[in-house]
Design a binder for this molecule. Structure first.
Ligand code: GLN
Length: 482
């Protein structure tokens, strides 16, 4: 079922959408015209696109699902309110994988997002390039920023949905520490992992938006209190007091450079590490032995939470309701559920709901759900052992970890690389899910595009919980030593 996007929008996309977006398909709705904000506000003149899983009172919020095709929330999410109060111009809603489930932004009722990347050295118009994925699930957010259609974008990140598309499209993407940015008004996928992410062309602009959103929210029960934020930030600052590259200890986890890592990714990441070392940073080989188990644990836990979260879309309280066919008996409540959920959810969402519901059944609970929780604890313990500002605070620990954001560059949307249903797309998340399971801040920074492949590569900076100041500073160093 295809949603008629123009019908959904308060302002017809065709009258506003930059010509580029006709092919990129990043925007699903444009905001109604708004009065200019006062010039003294910190985000005055900053245009921000918002992932279509984040509620906006003046535009529909569909989560790229037929289930929510007619849903216009009566409120703004806290993050949207904070941006508006800071003077930002919210320009529209951005395409994504349905309910945030996917790595290629191909599971969307609005159609796939096409990667708009164009190398500076490339004279061919971007529309003539082969069509590659923008990554997912926040593909619209990454593509809109990469194509210059907005100054910054909000995304979400449950297991990598900010960092993977940022890496594929060549923009900066921040998944903040779990609990720092309010999730109130953000459509839930897996509550214990969901974070609002930020995408922008530079680390400085990412930081600007992050600073605006980094406040406790009494409406979000998982929002971290002020004291915890302050304590974490000062612990990180005490561990690296000079904030100089010469005093920075960078952990390089060998599990994040597996044999399957594409050479087009490994070479620029190793070159970036060498540049940082040449400028005085200390590189420390580290091991995070639970890493190979993180991906399986992530898919069990996120699907279990999704099956519970998405139970609310029953055809009774929220969203779509598919009535019994004309001339037939109204049927039971269960048949309304079944008709509505069969028509309203796409194949990927149905798969996750079934997988998650199974993992929570009495028969499977111990073997799947509990084991996955144990793996999650091991992943957390791995990180705590290596950070010098972490809970276990080893004196010879590191300030941040650096590793590739993705196993490869953006896959083609058509042909053999467009395997959108197979295990291969899940494997793309292998490098991003550990930080999600541990709730840590992770920033993907684009590296200079080089080599035969010629498509963007991102490097991820991961720090202890609440150490965004350190992670963003290291991101700036990466930009400075290009
Ligand atoms: N690709 C992962 C998934 O499909 C991550 C999604 C996300 O972070 N929202 O679950």
């Amino acid at each position: 079922m295809r949603v008629d996007v123009a019908r959904l929008c308060t302002r017809r996309l065709s009258s506003w959408r930059p010509a580029k977006d006709a092919t990129v398909n990043a925007f699903v709705c444009a905001a109604p015209p708004a009065a200019p904000t006062p010039a003294h506000l910190p985000l005055h003149n900053v245009s921000v696109g918002v992932k279509d899983m984040i509620c906006t009172s003046d535009m529909p919020t569909t989560s790229s699902s037929a289930m929510l095709r007619d849903f216009t929330p009566p409120f703004d999410a806290t993050v949207v309110r904070l941006l508006r109060e800071a003077g930002a111009d919210i320009v529209g809603k951005l395409n994504c994988d349905e309910f945030g489930m996917g790595s290629l932004n191909v599971h969307s009722v609005h159609g796939p997002v096409v990667n708009p990347f164009q190398a500076a050295s490339d004279s061919a118009p971007w529309v003539d390039r082969e069509k590659r994925s923008a990554g997912g699930s926040s593909g619209g957010s990454a593509a809109a920023v990469a194509a210059g259609m907005c100054d910054a974008a909000l995304s979400t990140d449950t297991g990598g949905s900010t960092r993977l598309p940022a890496s594929y499209c060549g923009v900066v993407g921040l998944k903040p520490s779990y609990g720092l940015i309010s999730r109130w008004g953000v459509i839930s996928f897996a509550d214990s992992l969901d974070c609002v992410g930020i995408m922008a062309p530079s680390v400085a602009r990412t930081k600007h938006i992050f600073d605006t959103l980094n406040v406790p929210d009494p409406k979000d029960p998982t929002s971290a209190p002020e004291a915890a934020r302050h304590e974490a930030a000062s612990r990180a600052a005490r561990a690296w007091p000079s904030a100089a590259l010469s005093a920075l200890r960078i952990g390089v986890p060998h599990e994040y450079f597996p044999a399957e890592l594409s050479a087009a990714v490994a070479a620029p990441v190793r070159a970036a590490l060498a540049r940082l070392r040449a400028h005085g940073a200390t590189l420390v080989p580290v091991s995070l032995p639970a890493t190979p188990y993180a991906l399986g644990a992530y898919y069990v836990l996120s699907s279990a939470e999704a099956s519970s979260n998405l139970a609310r879309y029953s055809g009774v309280h929220f969203g779509l309701q598919v009535p019994a066919p004309a001339g037939t008996a109204p049927g039971t409540t269960a048949s309304t559920y079944a008709r509505t959920r069969t028509a309203g959810f796409g194949a990927e969402v149905q798969k996750r709901v079934l997988l998650g519901a199974y993992a929570l059944t009495a028969d499977a609970f111990d073997n799947y759900f509990l084991q996955a929780q144990r793996v999650r604890r091991l992943v957390r313990a791995d990180f705590a052992r290596v950070f010098r500002a972490g809970a276990d605070a080893p004196g010879d620990g590191v300030d941040v970890l650096l590793h590739p954001s993705a196993m490869r560059t953006a896959p083609r949307l058509h042909g053999s690389e467009a395997d959108t249903d197979g295990l291969d797309t899940y494997v793309q998340d292998v490098l991003t899910v550990p930080a999600s399971l541990a709730g840590l801040p992770a920033l993907s920074v684009p590296l200079p595009v080089e080599g035969d492949d010629g498509w963007p590569v991102g490097v991820s900076v991961v720090g202890p919980w609440g150490a965004e100041g350190v992670v963003l500073r290291v991101g700036e160093f990466l930009e400075e030593v290009r």
